[in-house]
Ligand binder design. Structure first.
Ligand code: DX5
Ligand code: ZN
Length: 219
């Protein structure tokens, strides 16, 4: 089943619960939570407290994307009954296998995120341990950037590796997703698409969510 995970990085922080209610009414599958530390990426977003303020405000599971250096010390801050995934960047982890095992020991699904220029070969000795591979289709740090087309082929290659090796991780693509490119993206073997500005900067969030839902239904 193909899914949409709107990123609240582009939401109205002064009306976050209302924006989340709107994406839930519009059929979102996850709340994508972008945590940025100003070191791994050149921006600071928000901390676990903002995510926790949304607990119970919707039924939507949290899809947490940690864009932070050495995330091990912060993993537990993002574990809540509503947290389904915690993804960490391979580029930000000194001991990626240990971090992935740590996330799973907390009872949460573990994701590994790769920046656009990072090779799939980074997954060679971790692919069978992860529940999700998050492919960045923009350089991380900001919403509203253009989709990097080369990531589409990367997604196709990853889907082929998953098939050939009978692996079971979900594939998520994150950055620059819009109603114009989501069918091609999901058609490349992607399971979950993240959309931030295309959802929350739209004139009407619910209408845009319906537009996405129509496109997803016809992949
Ligand atoms: C970027 C974040 C993305 C971003 C997506 O570092 O990881 O999740 O918020 O926003 P759009 O869809 O506007 O590119
Ligand atoms: Zn993200």
């Amino acid at each position: 089943m193909k899914k949409l995970a709107p990123s609240i990085l582009s939401a109205d922080f002064a009306a976050l619960a209302e924006d989340v209610a709107a994406i839930e009414r519009g059929g979102a599958h996850y709340i994508h939570v972008d945590i940025m530390d100003g070191h791994f990426v050149p921006n600071i977003s928000f901390g676990a407290g903002v995510m926790k303020s949304l607990q119970g405000k919707s039924e939507l599971p949290f899809d947490v994307h940690l864009m932070i250096e050495d995330p091990d010390d912060y993993l537990e801050d993002f574990v809540t009954p509503q947290t389904e995934y915690i993804s960490v960047h391979a580029e930000a982890c000194t001991h990626l296998n240990r971090t992935i095992q740590h996330i799973k020991s907390l009872g949460v699904k573990a994701g590994v995120a790769l920046n656009p220029a990072t090779s799939l070969s980074v997954l060679d000795y971790i692919a069978e341990d992860v529940d999700m591979v998050l492919l960045m289709s923009v350089n991380p740090g900001f919403g509203g950037q253009e989709f990097i087309p080369s990531v589409l082929e990367k997604a196709r290659e990853l889907a082929e590796i998953r098939r050939a090796e009978s692996l079971e991780f979900e594939i998520e693509i994150d950055g620059g997703v819009s109603p114009d490119n989501i069918q091609e993206i999901l058609g490349a073997g992607v399971d979950i698409a993240v959309a931030g500005s295309a959802v929350f900067k739209a004139a009407c969030i619910e209408e845009r969510m319906r537009e996405f839902a129509d496109k997803i239904a016809n992949v």
